[in-house]
Design a protein around this ligand. Structure first.
Ligand SMILES: [Ca+2]
Ligand SMILES: [Ca+2]
Length: 288
């Protein structure tokens, strides 16, 4: 009888242990880059952070990981290129990174560190990637080491860039209506910049850049997108309002650069909200 009771108790304890929820700690890595496009001789800063932070009562007190990058594209990074954030101190050697709090424990998600990469003067013009891999965080209370998925960020090496405009694939966006060609060129970092209109004629000083025009630098060609300019004259007027109306009722659909230019609120769709903003820009109530 005693044996049966003992067996029953062991069985019940086993069941309780089995169904008890075991708390699983976890986090995700966030990796933000300062640019999608990098230029030879320029810099790129990446910031690594924790997201969806779920750890024990004491928080975390150490993390480690590996930074992988192309030494064809970037100069080798050293400790002086890495800045600890939010109380983290950083040790680094040959891709291995170690983070320890300068004091106490870290109990909230946030930035861990940033790294400034220097792009080599002779970097090949191609897409490259920076990977943050094999990341482990120590849960201070339990001593459990928690891992997460690797993060890979891709950036393209080009001969040109801009602090004012954005490069999206082969498009340049963020150009304000009414921008003269000389102003546009002064906002581009690079040499040998030429701008051509939709018929292929080079623009001269004083002329205004329009949607669908192209910028050339060496062998690279980009299409200009001027927000709200749907007919390519570089201004926002009744013609552009008419164009978006025709698009919305599917009478005459906008395509390519002109479709991009119509999405003035940048939500990936052309809607009556975009029409509203183009109308307000026409009246001078807002700037696109
Ligand atoms: Ca226009
Ligand atoms: Ca839109």
């Amino acid at each position: 009888m005693k044996k049966v009771v003992t067996s029953a108790i062991i069985f019940i304890i086993s069941i309780i242990l089995y169904i008890s929820p075991v708390h699983a700690y976890g986090f995700n890595l966030g990796v933000e880059t300062s640019n999608d496009v990098i230029v030879k001789g320029g810099t790129l800063t990446i910031t690594v952070s924790t997201k969806n932070f779920d750890f024990g009562s004491q928080g975390i007190d150490a993390c480690t990981g590996v930074i992988e990058y192309s030494t064809d594209v970037f100069e080798e990074i050293t400790t002086s290129d890495i800045e600890g954030k939010n109380g983290w101190t950083i040790s680094y050697n040959k891709g291995k990174i170690l983070c320890v709090p300068s004091s106490g424990y870290i109990t909230e998600e946030g930035d861990l560190f940033s790294i400034t990469f220097k792009v080599k003067d002779n970097a090949p013009m191609e897409e490259t990637q920076i990977a943050v891999k094999d990341f482990l965080i120590n849960d201070a209370a339990s001593g459990e080491r928690i891992t997460t998925e690797d993060v890979i960020k891709k950036v393209s090496v080009k001969s040109i860039s801009s602090n004012v405009y954005k490069f999206e694939g082969s498009n340049i966006v963020g150009i304000k209506p009414g921008t003269k060609v000389e102003t546009f060129k002064s906002n581009i970092i690079g040499t040998g910049i030429q701008v051509f209109n939709q018929s292929g004629t080079e623009l001269t000083t004083g002329q205004i850049v329009g949607t669908g025009m192209t910028m050339k630098s060496g062998s690279e060609t980009y299409t200009l997108i001027i927000s709200g300019d749907l007919n390519g004259d570089g201004q926002v007027s009744a013609t552009d309002l008419s164009k978006i109306k025709q698009h919305l009722i599917e009478l005459r659909l906008l395509e390519g650069a002109y479709l991009e230019a119509a999405d003035v609120d940048d939500d990936e769709n052309v809607t009556i909200t975009d029409l509203s903003r183009i109308r307000k820009a026409m009246f001078g109530e807002i700037e696109l």
